[in-house]
Design a protein. Structure first.
Length: 88
């Protein structure tokens, strides 16, 4: 365990950040899964709505440093292809 005051503070800050990141990561994954579920169900309208809700969440995750911008682009691209496959 941390012995100095500085190390104790760092441990407190790290724990707070860990919990915040876990919550934001969970929200991100939930929105991605919602799109996948709608696509699997074959509901084009629900998939489009879920995709439109997921994209800003994915972009915010990049801004907060939760995921890399290329990972975000990959998620958006793949989800978009799935959603468009239902419409056409």
């Amino acid at each position: 365990m941390a012995n100095s005051a500085q190390a104790r503070k760092r441990a407190r800050q790290a724990e707070g950040r860990r919990q915040r990141n876990a919550s934001q990561r969970s929200t991100l994954r939930t929105h991605i899964k919602n799109v996948i579920k709608a696509v699997a169900a074959g509901d084009a309208e629900a998939a489009q709505t879920a995709y439109q809700k997921a994209v800003p969440i994915i972009d915010k995750s990049v801004g907060k440093g939760l995921i890399h911008k290329n990972k975000a682009a990959r998620h958006k691209s793949r989800l978009g292809h799935h959603v468009r496959s239902l419409q056409g």
